[in-house]
Design a protein around this ligand. Structure first.
Ligand code: ADP
Ligand code: MG
Length: 659
């Protein structure tokens, strides 16, 4: 059902909901709260300094609004609570002014300072029932939590929900129905409601997921691929031409690939390896072997910068083998593109490198038989469809630098064969990592200066650039100015951010690679795969904002040659968590720790960007449930019971079709 039909959703709100990935009634109902507030109103006399409390009061004076800065305003008003007159303030709620009429009863959540009789509210509520539970949703600018609560209540009235747990499992586990679970998760009356509902919704989410994984695995096992006729000595020939010796794990991965490619069944392999472990060379072997058998390959990277980088390193590596490599990017001239497209169709190109848009673009290969996709982008249904529409079902090799614990990998990547690269190339020094509080910035600057003097380059990462807001831009510019000042304008500093045009970004990267720019201030854009070996220092501001795995990825941008490299994490918070990175350079260990530490506060755990596709389940707490659903869904497929379930019948058709 369309969102517009739900009471309270107009075109403006609809657009905003779309931005949250909510496009219909079902999406909306499946948009679960990530935590809950327990409303417990207390007497203001019971307030404890610096602790948040919830009080009731009556507005006794008209509120005033002060506009302090763009993006910052303050609403102040007087409230009577338990015979105490307090001065209440709340930031960025100027829009509430009209609602705060004299005599109005309100509930305030915030901190009370008895001496000043002031109350700094973090939230103001109207019509709140004491001892109730309020769901809290991940929001987007322009949508308030109470707006979501309101429309959710309307949406629930339709009493419609798609239940994805097959009947036999609802019976087996005595689950409540989906719609009951939705009512409880969005409008709980007790902790128990939440726990009953979330268990059932988690099961559903994991069941569907594991159903897909199990199907894919089965289909892949049956899928016929190309049986290549190449001698195993190709491995030795390949290694002979390399400028370095392969590590043990690299060789094992290459052997795995050899077996896959000379076998009749189709390759569907994931190379899981820490940053800098040398996955590219392993993929290069696959491309080489594919070439020897007379087929074309494609290599897809998540960004143009990375695609270009791959193009440069691979074309020089593959020249020795006479492999013709080309790059195709969106920013190329049309005439150049056309030339490449023609040559590709003629079979005049052996390896085409580009972004993930590559296969969806209007390009057709003569005989594509291998697709390598860099950095964890699995094919979405759409992409697989595109390949299928082109009448090809190539061997696929995924490269991922997100080292997740093996047990998890086997589950969520359960449809793929996995080669793990743990050993690091010889001669690599451990990156020295240190956590600094902000007031120790001088030490950081001093170290930066030392590195610059040695001719090295530095990455500076600031999460502030992410939001793309003017205000945030200011703080990044400020950062640049401060650094310029600190280094007396003697070093070239550049900022790389999302608002720049592609050619501007490219220019900056080019200048950084060539050492013209010495300090590169950036968002996490550089997280994925950039390789500039002369960079020996990574400085990350507000590092508490990142997960350990992300920080580890960022750190992997340095330490790319035999120079000693450093990673300085600047933060005033979560020092303990950050110290895990001081202890270890092992991505697998760090991801294990990350899984252990994650969760805690948030009821359903924080959203791990991209890695885990779950809305309500989290692998740490729900691993057992995941294994259970893996087993259940497998049985479900084996028993052919899914043939009686329209949803799964369709799903399996879709999956088989695109394979
Ligand atoms: P990642 O696994 O992060 O993609 P890359 O494939 O980009 O890592 O490799 C990082 C760097 O290490 C590259 O410059 C690559 O040439 C180099 N490299 C890869 N394997 C080895 C090896 N066995 N010995 C020495 N250097 C290597
Ligand atoms: Mg890489």
């Amino acid at each position: 059902m369309e969102l517009k039909k739900i009471k309270g959703i107009g075109p403006v709100l609809e657009k905003k909901l779309n931005n949250l990935g909510i496009n219909n009634l079902d999406d909306l109902l499946n948009y679960y709260p990530y935590k809950y507030n327990f409303i417990n109103i207390v007497d203001i006399n019971k307030a404890v300094e610096d602790e948040s409390i919830t009080i009731k009061g009556v507005v006794v004076d008209l509120p005033r609004v002060q506009y302090i800065k763009r993006n910052l305003n303050r609403l102040s008003f007087k409230v009577m609570s338990s015979d105490i007159l307090i001065n209440a303030t709340i930031f960025n709620r100027a829009f509430l002014k009209a609602n705060l009429t004299i005599g109005k009863e309100i509930v305030l959540i915030g901190k009370y300072n008895k001496l000043k009789a002031s109350f700094v509210a973090s939230d103001i509520k109207f019509n709140i029932i004491n001892n109730s539970i309020e769901p809290v949703y991940h929001l987007q600018e322009g949508i308030t939590n109470s707006a979501i609560i309101k429309i959710m209540a309307e949406a629930l009235k339709y009493n419609r929900a798609i239940d994805l747990v097959p009947e036999e499992y609802i019976k087996e586990y005595s689950f409540i129905s989906k719609i009951e679970a939705l009512n409880l998760i969005h409008k709980p009356k007790s902790m128990e409601d939440i726990s009953i509902a979330s268990k059932r919704l988690k099961y559903e989410e994991l069941f569907e997921f594991m159903f897909k994984i199990n199907c894919l695995k089965r289909i892949n096992n049956k899928a016929k691929g190309i049986k290549r006729d190449v001698d195993i000595s190709s491995i030795n020939n390949f290694m002979k031409e390399l400028p370095f010796e392969l590590t043990k794990d690299q060789i094992t991965a290459i052997e795995d690939i050899y077996k896959d490619l000379v076998n009749q069944s189709r390759m569907n392999r994931l190379i899981l390896g820490d940053v800098g472990s040398g996955k590219t060379i392993v993929a290069t072997y696959a491309i080489y072997l594919n070439y020897l058998s007379g087929y074309q390959s494609a290599l897809m990277a998540p960004t143009e910068i990375l695609a270009e980088q791959h193009y440069k390193s691979l074309s020089s590596l593959l020249k020795k083998f006479n492999i013709k490599v080309e790059l195709l990017t969106g920013s190329m001239k049309k005439s150049d593109k056309n030339k490449i497209v023609d040559r590709l169709a003629n079979g005049d190109i052996d390896l085409l490198i580009g972004t993930h848009a590559l296969i969806s673009n209007n390009v057709s290969f003569k005989n594509l038989a291998l697709v390598v996709t860099d950095e964890q982008h699995r094919f979405g249904v759409g992409q697989r469809n595109t390949l299928h529409d082109k009448g090809i079902s190539p061997d696929v090799l995924y490269l991922s630098a997100t080292p997740i614990p093996r047990t998890y990998a086997l589950t969520i990547y359960g449809d793929l064969d996995i080669s793990i690269i743990k050993t690091k190339p010889k001669g690599r020094k451990e990156i020295i990592t240190k956590v600094f509080k902000e007031d120790k910035i001088k030490d950081v600057l001093y170290k930066m200066l030392e590195e610059l003097k040695m001719g090295h380059q530095i990455y500076v990462v600031s999460p502030l650039i992410e939001n793309n807001e003017e205000n945030d831009m200011k703080s990044v510019l400020e950062l640049k100015n401060k650094l310029s000042l600190a280094f007396q304008n003697k070093v070239e500093i550049a900022i790389l951010h999302g608002k720049l045009k592609q050619n501007e970004k490219d220019k900056i990267m080019e200048d950084y690679k060539n050492g013209i720019i010495r300090i590169l201030i950036s968002t996490t854009v550089i997280e994925v795969g950039i390789d500039v070996p002369n960079s020996t220092m990574m400085v990350i501001f507000n590092s508490e904002r990142f997960g350990l795995a992300t920080l580890h990825q960022l750190r992997g941008r340095v330490g790319r040659n035999d120079l000693q490299s450093y990673c300085y994490l600047i933060s005033n918070m979560e020092i303990e968590r950050l110290k895990v990175l001081e202890e270890s350079n092992d991505g697998f260990y760090i991801s294990e720790k990350d899984f252990q530490l994650r969760g805690g506060g948030d009821l359903f755990g924080e959203k791990q960007s991209g890695l885990i596709p779950f809305k309500i389940a989290n692998l740490k707490d729900d691993y057992k449930l995941l294994l259970q659903t893996k087993e259940d869904s497998n049985k479900y497929i084996e028993s052919n019971k899914y043939l009686e379930n329209d949803y799964y019948k369709e799903l399996i058709k879709e999956i088989s079709f695109i394979n």
